[in-house]
Write a protein that binds this ligand. Structure first.
Ligand SMILES: NC(=O)c1ccc[n+]([C@@H]2O[C@H](COP(=O)([O-])OP(=O)(O)OC[C@H]3O[C@@H](n4cnc5c(N)ncnc54)[C@H](OP(=O)(O)O)[C@@H]3O)[C@@H](O)[C@H]2O)c1
Length: 343
């Protein structure tokens, strides 16, 4: 495609606003506009960033009364884009699927939607080629994206026989003042596997023996995972470390002065001008334990940011801007400043 791919974002919340900004930074894409259903502070922020606002039919006056200029309706936006990134709340995206299909625009859904909303469950390292030219793909959840990157790194060293994991999930995003828990640790679900294991299988295939427990914790900063792998054959620790170091979108903390908490990693990112958003999985080097065929490790996932580069790659895959995942990841990462920033 010689012109820039035209992108609309439906659902301008935690994920949608970050994806819109990330798309606006790409050399081969442009943001035509974003959908808001209410004239909230996030609508004002979208206007301040120069994004055109599209609204559900009949809501134009509500926005105009709030002093927010409306560029058109959702239908108008859909009619003028090549791709819609649907970042509406979990389960709402499916209600738009037929609208996107009828309009002949490609759709990128998020991990809160059921697997069958799309033809492919997407992760750039695993299923980029499967997504080429598809009409609908689903970028899997933040936790699943984190696991998939680490699974990819380990699978480059040896065939994985099984994965067992504990996922400590943040209770809410920073802006979600009505969510929790604010005290206590909540096993959700009590009986494993949590949906994350099933979502990993949706990407890599049912052959993988994977069980995950999920615990919701009173924090907004990040998730923390501990995974244990059993491999086919023994591996050396330095092989795992090297593979983690060379896997895209994985940061290995290996300095003697490395931060040891999610809070300090987030603060370090802010110190280094990252607006607090960490697109990479951050693995604690000292947590990597290898004995024979067994590998364990711990890492953090910044839930608000990690799926953002995956959405950008998903746009390139469905529009076939490039058929090469390595090239797409390179372009996305360059535009977003991914990798090489952690001292
Ligand atoms: N937050 C995370 O950590 C995270 C991480 C990975 C994936 N995800 C997934 O990403 C998706 C979006 O989650 P999110 O956290 O970004 O949610 P969010 O912060 O609640 O944002 C969704 C936005 O959609 C808008 N919206 C609500 N109903 C709508 C409708 N019918 N049509 C169009 N827009 C509507 C809302 O804004 P207005 O109504 O005010 O316009 C809301 O701000 C979900 O599938 C979620 O599972 C979330």
């Amino acid at each position: 495609m010689s012109r820039k791919v035209r992108v609309g974002v439906n659902g301008y919340g935690t994920i949608g606003k970050r994806v819109a900004w990330a798309v606006s930074l790409q050399p081969d894409m442009e943001v035509v506009g974003v959908v808001k259903t209410k004239p909230t502070w996030e609508a004002l922020s979208a206007v301040a960033k120069g994004f055109k606002i599209y609204v559900p039919e009949g809501k134009e006056k509500m926005f105009e009364d709030a002093g927010i200029k409306v560029a058109g309706t959702i239908d108008d936006l859909i009619a003028s884009v090549d791709v819609v990134v649907d970042a509406t709340p979990a389960g709402v995206g499916a209600s738009y699927a037929s609208l996107y299909r009828r309009a002949g625009v490609k759709a990128i859904f998020q991990g809160g939607e059921a697997r069958d909303v799309a033809e492919v469950s997407f992760n750039a390292l695993h299923t980029y080629r499967e997504a080429l030219g598809r009409d609908a793909v689903r970028v899997v959840s933040c936790n699943t994206t984190g696991m998939l990157r680490v699974i990819y790194a380990v699978s480059r060293v040896a065939r994985i026989r099984s994965v067992r994991g504990v996922i400590v999930r943040r209770g809410a995003d920073l802006k979600e003042v009505k969510k929790g828990p604010i005290e206590g640790l909540l096993l959700k679900p009590v009986k494993p596997p949590s949906h994350h294991a099933l979502d990993v299988k949706a990407v890599v295939g049912d052959w993988l023996d994977i069980i995950t427990y999920a615990v919701v914790a009173p924090t907004t900063l990040a998730h923390l995972h501990i995974l244990n792998f059993r491999l086919d054959g023994g591996v050396r620790r330095d092989e795992i470390i090297e593979s983690l170091r060379s896997t895209p979108r994985v940061i290995l903390l290996d300095s003697a002065y490395a931060p040891t908490s999610t809070a300090e990693v987030r603060e370090l990112a802010r110190d280094l001008g990252r607006c607090g958003d960490i697109y990479e999985v951050v693995v604690w080097g000292d947590s990597v334990w290898v004995e024979g065929e067994e590998v364990s490790l711990a890492y953090m996932v910044h839930q608000e940011a990690i799926v953002v580069p995956e959405n950008v790659d998903a746009i390139r895959a469905v529009t076939r801007l490039t058929d090469d995942p390595v090239e797409s990841i390179r372009l996305t990462d360059k535009a977003l400043g991914i990798g090489g920033w952690m001292p």
